[in-house]
Design a protein around this ligand. Sequence first.
Ligand code: AMP
Length: 481
Amino acid sequence: MIQSSFENYKLSSELLKAIDMLNYKSPTKVQEMVIPAVLEHKDVIVKSQTGSGKTAAFAIPICDLVDWDENKPQVLVITPTRELAIQVKEDIFNLGRFKRLKVSAIYGRSSFYNQEKELKQKTHVVVGTPGRIIDHLERGTFDTSKIKYLIIDEADEMLSMGFVEQIEDIIGKLPDERTTILLSATLPKDIAVLCDKYMKNPVYAEIEEENKAIDRIVQERYEVDENDKLNLLRDITTLENPDSCIIFCSTKIKTDELFDELAKLNYTCEKIHGGMEQSDRLRVMNDFKQGYFRYLVATDVAARGIDIDDISLVINYDIPQDKESYVHRIGRTGRVDRNGKAITFVTPDESKYLDDIHKYIGKEIELKERPDKEAVKDKEQEFIEKMNGAPEIKQRKGEQLSRDIIKLHINAGKKTKMRPVDVVGTLCSIEGMSAVDIGIINIADVSTFVEILNNKGEMVLKELQKKPIKGKLRKVKKVEI
Ligand code: AMP
């Protein structure tokens, strides 16, 4: 079989460069189906799990189609959770990096004012959660008149969270002439109704994976009494000694309690649940992605959509009470062609939930005997060594993309009437610089940030020490990306 390639899609060189630097060698199945359809402006319904490359499946063609010169948002992506909004924003930003696309995320429990300011500037893509999108629409701070592409991500989750009316309200505020893409892991009837109402002759892309994530994951279960769970967890983590592990609990309180227990036992661990501040949740997620600690105790907040590579073990400390949640939880391991392991604790009165899961996944999760005490003892030293050892910090996604880019801070902004054209004008007057070397420009009240691409940042920084911008010499320095 001929291996398909991104080169076949006639994408711009900026997109191909980003795809290459993200190390995507060839399109995944869902991408093979979705990219050509979206490039032809067709509406698409995608039935696919996360982990299949579905974000890039719509992000690649959308980034290519966006008109850079248009200042108002052209793309709206609706996601059920803030975490997913941030992740999708990052994915689109990485893919659109060399096309210099501006991507904003708008979500609740985060400064409305800052989001409003961001939306006032040039923005190509807006990613947001339903409630906050509506807030911006109602207050007139999000201009949707130029939206040409609407993406509804994780539609089934959005519906089960009760967002259907909000979604319809949002759609009602968008131009009719648009391409609509809906992605969902399952397609229950109410989603079909939504598609009928708002999509035009959609292409239907269902991805029957030959090697489904769920089949790549070794699934085991243990019968255990509630008050014996912590002991079992200790034995299993000692034996498995995973590099990274998520432990799911059913409630915030249980998450807090288990986290406290594990911290007392010197596990390198953190917790995440919906009762925490947004900024703490983000920090925990990022640190976990980079491998700063090995164990994350979580409620289902962390189960959906979140893309973390290399989670070797998922433990359902509490069995999920809804069968779909089981699949989402264990899907945190075994991502894109990797193998993983999922272990579920079942107490004697929870067999009903287990039966539901068995029916849903179409097979029985293997029942294991409690680990042998001797075997656990043998592994204890190794376990302690790993726990006390320094973690191996992983590169952030997109870091590779940022390698040749330097961000500069210029000490002047809107208050001194600085405009992008002033910055571009000065930069292009430097020998060896042209517009393609200039990345995203962000003008705040008294500051301007500009990215210099293609390894030219240091040279530009030096030149700008003696070159005026908008008639005056400005303080220019390098800042963190
Ligand atoms: P998603 O299904 O969107 O959650 O994507 C799962 C993971 O696959 C993400 O880490 C992507 O960066 C990665 N990915 C997307 N497309 C490709 C590709 N063509 N080749 C390799 N990895 C990919």
